[in-house]
Ligand binder design. Structure first.
Ligand code: ZN
Length: 119
C-alpha cells in the first residue's frame, strides 16, 4: 500500500485517494480549429508508461482536493507531489513532462490563445 502525502492533510493511506489519470492534458480552445483526429487524440489517448508518470490525484476520503504527483509506475516511488496548475520541479519530473508526446501534439498547441495584433 502506498502512503501518500496530501499537501493539505499530510500522510495518509492510498485507500483515501483516487487517481484521476494522466496530468497536464490541455484542452484545445474552440477558437483554434483542429482536425477530428487531433481532437480525438486529446480526448482518448492516454499514456501508460513503464517508469515515471505524471498523474492527478484526489484525496476523496479527506479534503477532496486535487493535486499532481510524479510517480514511478514500476517501483511505486512517489518522486514529487505538486499543486494543480503547476509543473513538476524535480529533474526527473521535468524530464517526464518535456518528453511526453503530448507537448508536441496539435491539440496542446491549440490550447493556447491565438495571438492577435491590435488594430
Ligand atoms: Zn487531503
Amino acid at each position: 500500500m502506498l502512503k501518500i502525502e496530501c499537501p493539505f492533510c499530510g500522510n495518509r493511506n492510498e485507500t483515501e485517494f483516487s487517481c484521476g489519470g494522466e496530468a497536464h492534458i490541455a484542452r484545445p480552445l474552440a477558437e483554434n480549429k483542429i482536425t477530428d483526429l487531433a481532437f480525438s487524440e486529446y480526448l482518448f489517448m492516454r499514456d501508460n508508461p513503464k517508469g515515471v508518470f505524471l498523474e492527478r490525484w484526489c484525496h476523496t476520503s479527506g479534503c477532496r482536493r486535487w493535486f499532481n504527483m510524479a510517480r514511478d509506475t514500476v517501483s511505486h516511488e512517489i518522486i514529487e507531489i505538486y499543486a494543480m496548475g503547476q509543473k513538476p520541479k524535480t529533474a526527473i519530473g521535468k524530464k517526464a513532462f518535456l518528453s511526453n508526446w503530448r507537448r508536441k501534439s496539435k491539440a496542446e498547441t491549440a490550447s493556447t490563445p491565438i495571438k492577435r495584433t491590435a488594430k
